[in-house]
Design a binder for this molecule. Structure first.
Ligand code: ADP
Ligand code: MG
Length: 316
């Protein structure tokens, strides 16, 4: 039975790569790291009811489980190569497995990312993906390089996923499909991360909320940041369905965005925005790095405001 499930997953996710000497089927996978490259490795878990609502489509779960991991590789400027998939399932339902594997493969295949192994167990629905990507020694984008005077920028738009989650509670969520899509099918900014190599001084992906994740750059870099909420990039769907105050709250602290927040020398900001427009997501300058510690959200009147919602913290 378990073999049958694994075989189903393998069939959906069949990407051939020369650097995979041994994929699914043995006790461990065997792979070759190309000469002169380093491995960037990340793991993230999705738990039903915590990271996605009960009732989320299997294909969306499969997509998102990989997307949140590719987002971590994107934030390092790494090139995706291989993944492991650890599945805990309440029951061996074949349509569910097929859907999950299909959603996973939809995102994996364009990156030529090979699923090289995993584990399958019974229990409450939990999906853990480990991804491996390649970086050039010394070129990975870190959280620790932001300098006073740098511009703070973000890719894409912020707050959509959190707004989408709110909309799922509506009697008819259909008008909010664009926002719900951003919740269920986040786009990891892999090409943007690669374009930022050698240019960004620090980078993080926005999973817990902008203020929380930019806070990680501040902590690791020993600096502070000021952001202007009026500059936060908001989607047309957000502007259509939400008032400014809610949109700003979602953008500051909603989380689940999987955009990149990064810093660049201020004189590079417009050039970087043009580069990232070319890779499809664009980038917006939202503030600057300052002396001190922590993230200040400016109120437009020379003061700072405290965000109404804090970032996501599982143990808060
Ligand atoms: P073992 O008992 O040695 O851990 P398993 O029966 O768990 O072996 O796995 C057999 C093979 O199937 C291994 O190559 C493993 O990596 C792969 N595998 C198991 N579960 C999954 C999964 N959910 N997705 C991809 N590969 C899997
Ligand atoms: Mg096993």
């Amino acid at each position: 039975m378990e073999f049958d499930l694994i075989e189903r997953i393998r069939r959906h996710t069949d990407v051939a790569r020369d650097d995979v000497a041994l994929g699914i089927g043995d006790d461990a996978a065997v792979v070759a790291v190309p000469a002169g490259r380093e491995l960037a490795i990340a793991v993230d878990t999705l738990v039903e009811g915590v990271h996605f609502p009960k009732g989320t489509a299997a294909a969306d779960i499969g997509w998102k489980a990989l997307a949140v991991n590719l987002s971590d590789l994107a934030a390092m400027g790494a090139t995706p190569a291989w993944a492991l998939l650890a599945l805990t399932l309440p029951a061996a339902e074949e349509p569910f497995i097929d859907g999950l594997a299909r959603g996973f493969a939809e995102l994996a295949t364009p990156y030529r990312l090979a699923l090289i192994g995993g584990d399958t167990t019974r229990g409450p629905l939990t999906i853990t993906v480990t991804v491996h990507g390649f970086t050039t020694p010394g070129q990975a984008l870190l959280r620790s390089g932001a300098r006073v005077g740098d511009a703070v920028m973000v890719t894409g738009t912020l707050g959509d996923a959190a707004a989408g989650l709110r909309c799922l509670a509506e009697a008819d969520p259909a008008p909010y499909a664009a926002l719900v899509e951003r919740l269920n099918r986040p786009t990891p900014r892999v090409a943007a991360g690669q374009a930022l190599r050698g240019i960004a001084t620090a980078c993080v992906d926005v999973s817990d909320g902008l203020v929380a994740d930019l806070g990680h750059i501040c902590t690791r870099s020993g600096v502070g940041a000021e952001i202007d909420p009026a500059l936060l990039p908001r989607s047309s769907a957000m502007l259509t369905h939400f008032h400014d105050a809610d949109a700003i709250d979602f953008a500051l602290a909603g989380g689940d965005d999987y955009e990149l927040c990064f810093t660049v020398p201020a004189d590079k900001a417009s050039e970087v925005a043009a580069d990232l427009a070319r890779v499809g997501c664009g980038a917006t300058r939202i503030g600057r790095i300052v002396e001190g510690a922590g993230v200040r959200v400016l109120d437009g009147a020379g003061g700072a405001r405290v965000p109404r919602r804090a970032g996501w913290n599982h143990f808060a």
